[in-house]
Design a protein around this ligand. Structure first.
Ligand code: DGY
Length: 324
């Protein structure tokens, strides 16, 4: 008999078919308690779980006593209670490689659009304000040859450094848990402590995952250390930044602008102060959101679940130590 799984995300037909070849699939709209209640039998017998953007916590795991593997269509896994999964020896699979280049592209888009005020001035053109030669009130600031500080030198940090160094001639500073030999050799990236990076960077780019250690890593003290001309970019996770402190820093002119793809609360509430600031570019968490990459992520997550339920955890597994 095929193992049963719960699918909580719509997938392209061919991937859905691939899942059905291996598993008995129950598709649900979300993992809310009422949905779980409605499909109680399917959750009680499921050995696998695949989807994204929903909390998988101890309370949900209690409803899934047979669960052996979870597969998220994302690189980030802050929605998962990893300790609870480990305690039950449930595998957690993710998609760390397929989205790297796309997310790095998004970060460069934020860098360029914040510095050159692309969204703001394009809005002014559409509003009919371009009626004569432009004056200094339409000007932005240069990106090329400015110093880029990258907080978190993982795969995405590395792809960002490549773009900044080769494409824009930017000196790279970085802070990470350890020295990154490849970044230093290929891009002459300079390792420095966080305070030095904040003080010396023209663009401070945050690409960290959310963990207990990174929560509110960047707050009032850190914004105060940045240059007044600095542009702050967050494409990691919203809660790594104290958003109230960010709003204050932008309002008080402690930093020049911000480009944000992630927020403490998503979707970003429509009454967020960030939305009333002209020097903020706010995107709806589109880091990996291209047709190609989202397809590749979904395909990777499907393969990951098939592998995990067959005991193969050589790649893309967050907690291979729990494999039996
Ligand atoms: C991820 O995969 O974690 C990204 O945030 C999605 O864009």
């Amino acid at each position: 008999m095929k193992p049963s799984i719960i699918l909580y995300k719509a997938l392209p037909d061919n991937l859905q078919q691939r899942l059905a070849e291996h598993f008995t699939v129950t598709q649900v709209a979300n993992l809310k308690p009422e949905t779980v209640q409605q499909h109680a039998e399917a959750f009680a017998t499921a050995q696998g779980l695949l989807g994204s953007s929903e909390k998988v916590d101890a309370a949900l795991l209690e409803k899934m006593p047979q669960l052996r593997a979870t597969s998220t269509v994302s690189v980030g896994y802050d929605n998962f209670d990893v300790d609870a999964l480990n305690a039950r020896k449930i595998l957690l699979m993710h998609t760390p490689t397929v989205l790297t280049e796309t997310v790095a592209d998004t970060i460069m888009a934020l860098v360029l659009s914040s510095a050159r005020r692309v969204v703001e001035v394009a809005g002014r053109v559409k509003a009919g304000e371009w009626t004569s030669g432009i004056g200094t009130d339409w000007f932005g600031i240069d990106v090329h040859h400015k110093t880029m500080g990258i907080i978190g030198m993982g795969r995405i940090g590395l792809a960002l450094a490549q773009r900044a160094h080769f494409g824009f001639g930017m000196p790279i500073l970085y802070n990470a848990r350890r020295h990154h030999v490849e970044a230093e050799a290929r891009f002459q990236a300079r390792y420095c402590d966080l305070n030095t990076l904040l003080q010396e960077s023209d663009f401070v780019c945050l690409v960290l995952p959310l963990t207990e250690e990174t929560h509110h890593l960047i707050g009032k003290t850190q914004f105060a250390m940045m240059k007044k001309s600095a542009i702050f970019i967050n494409a990691g996770r919203g809660p790594v930044v104290d958003e109230n402190a960010l709003v204050e820093a932008l309002q008080n002119g402690e930093i020049h602008a911000a480009g944000l793809d992630v927020f403490e609360k998503e979707p970003l509430p429509v009454d967020s102060s960030l939305l009333s600031l002209p020097n903020v570019v706010a995107l709806p968490h589109i880091g990996s959101a291209t047709h190609e990459t989202r397809y590749n992520m979904a395909a990777c997550a499907v393969d990951n679940l098939i592998d995990a339920l067959n005991g193969k955890v050589e790649k893309n597994c967050v907690n291979p130590q729990v494999a039996g």
